[in-house]
Design a protein around this ligand. Structure first.
Ligand code: OGA
Ligand code: NI
Length: 345
């Protein structure tokens, strides 16, 4: 029988060992015993309820500190209804449980396609495969893309569209707060995004017989502006802090927010797009649903003029998001960030 295209089907056929194509070289393995796992040592949990009241400036300064240090934080009281979170998780799980032939209708290894199911990260460029399948969807403006989305499960389009719209509202509030935390006009960051774009992924990480040999996703930074991550109740995400990997354990009804490369550029390096990775485990499959909020392709990105004036130096040259994004996908998910290609000398 031919090797299945998707990892899901390889795993459900029963694998007792990680196939050689997924095995990382010795110097590049998860080293799971060295991970910081204490919940107290994890990333900040910020209560957004305080954003619109007397605690406003306190919340803004919590955001500033999180963006300057970890580049990651968790949020509660974010305004996304629990029912919507449940629905999008359920429909994602149902999707990955569909028969192989049904899932494969959406398959493509071309990163420029706006709706596609694929596996690993970029099968065309990478040397070692990753323990992941993923469905990627462009989702703003909805009407441009929704017709291409899967129509199985039946409620997929509706449930995912409702979720996307709601998450976009949250992102708009976060962008205002983050602009304010940088002492910029509230609408500054949003105005730099051109027509705006929003992508999402549904990541499916099957159980793995030898989780110390491979990654769900190796260390990378996100190329977009800001990421809003929903994860199920299985741990797997780790964030790099002072040279050490820190586990981010799931907390129900919270989201994980991380600063992407574009935010690091706009902030002129004040805010950090931080390396993170996903490890897998031998017991349970894991689903995560990141929303990647982005500039539109033609948007010109560069350090905020106001911040350059304050600091006296622009750390990056200006570029279009299209130029950046193309370079990101052309590289393997390398340890060095794409950002370095745009730094000023
Ligand atoms: C990503 C990512 C984290 C996760 O898709 O870029 O970092 O927990 N995902 O799946
Ligand atoms: Ni990521």
């Amino acid at each position: 029988m031919a090797t299945p295209i998707l990892l899901t089907d390889l795993v459900s056929a029963g694998v007792e060992r990680v196939p050689a194509s997924y095995v990382r070289p010795l110097s590049d393995r998860p080293n799971l015993v060295e991970v910081e796992t204490s919940p107290e040592g994890s990333i900040a949990l910020i209560d957004l309820a305080g954003l619109h009241g007397p605690d406003h400036s306190h919340v803004i300064s919590q955001l500033a500190i999180a963006c300057q240090t970890d580049g990651f934080f968790q949020i509660k009281n974010h305004g996304i209804p629990e029912s919507l979170i449940k629905k999008v998780m359920t429909v994602a799980r149902e999707f990955f449980r569909l028969p192989e032939s049904e899932r494969l209708k959406n398959y493509s290894d071309d990163p420029t396609k706006t709706t596609r199911l694929s596996t690993s990260f970029n099968v065309k460029t990478e040397k070692v495969a990753n323990w992941r399948d993923f469905l990627r969807l462009h989702c703003y403006p909805l009407e441009d893309y929704i017709h291409d989305w899967p129509s199985n499960p039946l409620s997929f389009k509706q449930d995912v569209a409702d979720y996307c719209t709601c998450v976009r509202g949250l992102v708009m509030r976060l962008l205002e707060a983050i602009s304010e935390s940088l002492d910029l006009e509230k609408d500054y960051i949003s105005k730099q995004m051109g027509k705006h774009a929003q992508h999402m992924a549904m990541n499916y990480y099957p159980p793995c017989p030898q989780p110390d040999l491979t990654f769900g996703l190796p260390g990378h930074t996100d190329p977009n502006l800001i990421t809003v991550l929903l994860q199920d109740d299985v741990r797997g995400l780790q964030v790099l802090r002072n040279g050490k990997w820190v586990a981010v354990d799931p907390i129900p009804n919270t989201f994980i927010i991380n600063i992407g490369d574009q935010m690091q550029v706009i902030s002129n390096d004040q805010y950090k797009s931080v390396l993170h990775r996903v490890v897998v485990n031998c017991e349970r499959d894991r689903i995560s649903i990141p929303t990647f909020y982005c500039p539109s392709e033609e948007a010109m990105i560069g350090p905020a003029e106001e911040l350059v004036k304050r600091e006296g130096v622009a750390k990056y040259r200006d570029f279009t998001y299209n130029e950046y994004y193309t370079k990101f996908w052309d590289r393997d998910l390398a340890k060095e960030s794409t950002l370095d290609l745009f730094r000023t000398p």
